[in-house]
Ligand binder design. Structure first.
Ligand SMILES: [Zn+2]
Length: 139
């Protein structure tokens, strides 16, 4: 691994998930951790939980994920996760208060500052995004 990769840095990275399946979840989490060097362990745990839930949700209910986008800001420390899928429906993405959201989405709701769903206009599918705050203590 190069020295540059080990340094905290802002940036955006995209992972193509079109040919993946749920058995790749571990490798996907590893890819995320590799691209967030220097992130505090609590912050990284929150990000990995979000990634796991959003990608798993896309396999289960979204017709499969199309891509994962990771954005990192350094000052202030912040991480945004986006998972695209190929299904326009979002029955399980109701925010707390309406219906009975899936456990995964409740977890996401608890951990991140804000999350939402963006529908694609030019093709089928949507992007679910989550902004994961930093506790600020471990970095
Ligand atoms: Zn942080």
């Amino acid at each position: 691994m190069s020295r540059q990769v080990l340094t905290s840095r802002a940036g955006t990275w995209i992972l193509d998930l079109r040919t993946t399946s749920p058995r790749h979840l571990g490798a996907i989490r590893a890819w995320v951790a590799q691209h967030l060097p220097g992130l505090g362990s609590t912050h990284l745990d929150d990000v990995l939980l979000i990634v796991n839930e959003l990608v798993a949700n896309a396999y289960l209910h979204g017709g499969g994920p199309s891509h994962l986008q990771l954005w990192r800001g350094v000052r202030p420390c912040a991480v945004r996760v986006e998972v695209g899928d190929v299904n326009d429906e979002h029955l399980l993405l109701t925010r707390t208060g309406s219906g009975d959201p899936a456990l995964g989405i409740r977890l996401v709701d608890n951990v991140c500052v804000q999350w939402g769903v963006q529908h694609h206009h030019d093709h089928d599918g949507k992007t679910v995004w989550a902004h994961v705050a930093c506790d600020g203590f471990s970095e």
